[in-house]
Design a protein around this ligand. Structure first.
Ligand SMILES: [Zn+2]
Length: 268
């Protein structure tokens, strides 16, 4: 053990004395994430895009109401109970040990979607976070992206992580910014070009607005959004009474950004 890692482990022991560890999910003492909570994230990943209204496109079939998803979204778990607790804790603390545990769980789960046919080479792109979160080291989508890349490599697929997306929401005042309008502020850095398939990554899927905003921002690149990966999927917002969510995005939105099967197509 070299000097730096000795110092680091001493520091970790100090931190454990000062802040006793408990499971991020259920609170069981002396573990980062207990076996039972870890199993909740073990997958297998399920395709859940149909539960996100903003990912739905209305099919132009006369006299019928049929929808299709813009791209598949794979989720490891349901966003509820201890899973939700663990994700909330993960997003709100700077905990390198929890980052390591979650990255390994994501890698194991993600490896299975590549075994089932998603092909490479892949560019893994995390949904953007507010500047402050990245600054604080709490950028969980970035950790998930690294985990997914690990999983792809385990399945023999070449994968790199790129972070071309920016969220402009930091420019807004502290008032309420709806998910929809926050998503519309996602932008890609100028002159970014991404070849091959793009796999978007986020922590939780709710309406799908963030993923659509990210895909739209990537429409200026040459890659194709092949799908998305999230750690957990929330209850379909259309099933919650008292919340008004459209069944799908307005057709005009898809028309404008042409998120077609041919890949990212810049129609602006
Ligand atoms: Zn637990």
């Amino acid at each position: 053990m070299d000097e730096t890692s000795t110092e680091r482990s001493l520091l970790a022991q100090w931190a454990d004395l000062l802040f006793p560890r408990n499971c991020a999910g259920c609170g069981e003492p002396d573990v980062t994430l207990c076996n039972s909570c870890a199993r909740e994230f073990a997958g297998p990943p399920r395709e859940v895009s149909g539960r996100a209204p903003y990912l739905q496109r209305v099919l132009p079939i006369f006299g019928e109401e049929r929808y299709e998803s813009l791209f598949p979204v794979y989720a490891l778990a349901e966003y509820a109970g201890f899973v939700a607790q663990a994700i909330i804790r993960w997003k709100n603390t700077v905990d390198s040990e929890l980052n390591t545990v979650m990255r390994q769980l994501v890698a194991q789960g993600a490896a299975r979607i590549f075994e089932e046919g998603m092909s490479g080479p892949l560019t893994i792109v995390p949904a953007p976070s507010r500047f402050q979160r990245i600054h604080d080291g709490r950028f969980v989508a970035g950790v998930i992206a690294e985990g997914v890349a690990d999983g792809a490599r385990q399945a023999g697929i070449s994968a790199v992580v790129a972070r071309p997306l920016r969220s402009a929401s930091r420019y807004t005042s502290a008032g309420i910014v709806s998910r929809r309008s926050r998503a519309s502020r996602i932008t890609a850095r100028n002159r970014v070009q991404i070849g091959g398939n793009i796999l978007l990554v986020d922590d939780v899927l709710t309406t799908g607005a963030t993923l659509v905003g990210a895909a739209r921002a990537l429409a200026s690149c040459e890659g194709k959004v092949a799908g998305a990966f999230v750690t957990a999927v929330a209850q379909d917002p259309r099933a919650i009474t008292g919340i008004s969510v459209p069944k799908s995005l307005p057709v005009v939105y898809h028309e404008r950004y042409k998120l077609q099967d041919s890949g990212c197509e810049n129609t602006r």
